[in-house]
Design a protein around this ligand. Structure first.
Ligand SMILES: [Fe+2]
Length: 270
């Protein structure tokens, strides 16, 4: 089976192109590469209805199964009229969303997913927890602070996300696992430090709460997004993949199809 993986599409952040243009380009790449199952590791858009619609349109137009986990942007509640928790409920009701429902591919393989959440451990240790919890540095505010209204603090959310992920892995623990998160679970994907602002903002990039998962279960692939660096590496039998499309200003070309083709990673399983 040919599994395509991609993240951080941000379909509503391009100067000229619309979500429909992203949809058409993604469908063409799916067809060209004969992808049979698509995984999206979050940050489709800044509005849950747009995210939901986009995923449903890809399924209809490409005629394949699409599985996803929401990213932090997909939880933005400003301008939606509902809370981030209500947005989460909307996603969980979709059969495309992996949270609380691992996807069994066959006798050997299963896919488990959770957004995960950042726990501040990736920041430079010179910042106190109190300083990081302000989520504001050099006049810049981490936008989740104003756009998301979770009823608890970030570190607690990270611990709950890891616990939920373990609960889901337990349901399929005898299989080889493709794990998908939005938040970074390996520090190699953090922005390299020392860095003028990411010494601080790396706090909101990754989590250490998933560390024990890699030693306790048979994770073969670990897909994540959030940080807009495309990269793949292998460590202790796990292939870590960050297949992010990212913002237009981060692209090397102006051609959306070429960028999607370059960002999308392909996993082949028997
Ligand atoms: Fe993100």
């Amino acid at each position: 089976m040919q599994i395509g993986v991609i993240s951080d599409l941000h379909v509503d952040r391009h100067n000229q192109l619309t979500p429909k243009d992203y949809q058409a380009a993604l469908v063409r790449i799916i067809q060209k590469r004969q992808i049979e199952l698509l995984l999206i590791a979050g940050d489709v858009s800044n509005h849950y209805q747009r995210t939901k619609q986009f995923i449903e349109n890809i399924e209809i137009n490409a005629q394949i199964k699409v599985l996803f986990i929401p990213g932090n942007h997909d939880f933005w509640s400003a301008e939606t009229g509902i809370t981030s928790s209500e947005i989460l409920d909307t996603y969980i009701k979709m059969d495309n969303c992996l949270i609380d429902q691992p996807y069994v591919v066959n006798d050997e393989w299963a896919i488990v997913g959770n957004t995960g959440w950042y726990d501040y451990t990736y920041a430079n240790s010179k910042f106190s927890l109190e300083r990081l919890a302000r989520r504001k540095y050099y006049g810049a505010t981490w936008q989740d602070k104003v756009k998301i209204d979770w009823p608890m603090e970030d570190r607690k959310l990270s611990a709950i996300a890891a616990k939920q992920t373990i609960k889901d892995i337990e349901k399929v623990k005898h299989k080889k696992i493709i794990l998908m998160t939005h938040i970074v679970t390996h520090p190699k994907f953090a922005v390299p430090m020392p860095h003028r602002i990411f010494d601080y903002f790396n706090a909101f990039i990754g989590t250490s709460d998933f560390n024990s998962i890699y030693t306790s279960y048979d994770i073969k692939y670990s897909i994540m997004g959030h940080v807009h660096f495309r990269n793949t590496f292998e460590e202790n039998g796990v292939t870590y993949i960050c297949p992010c499309l990212g913002y237009q200003r981060e692209w090397r070309t102006s051609d959306i199809e070429q960028e999607i083709d370059q960002a999308m990673h392909q996993i082949v399983i028997d």
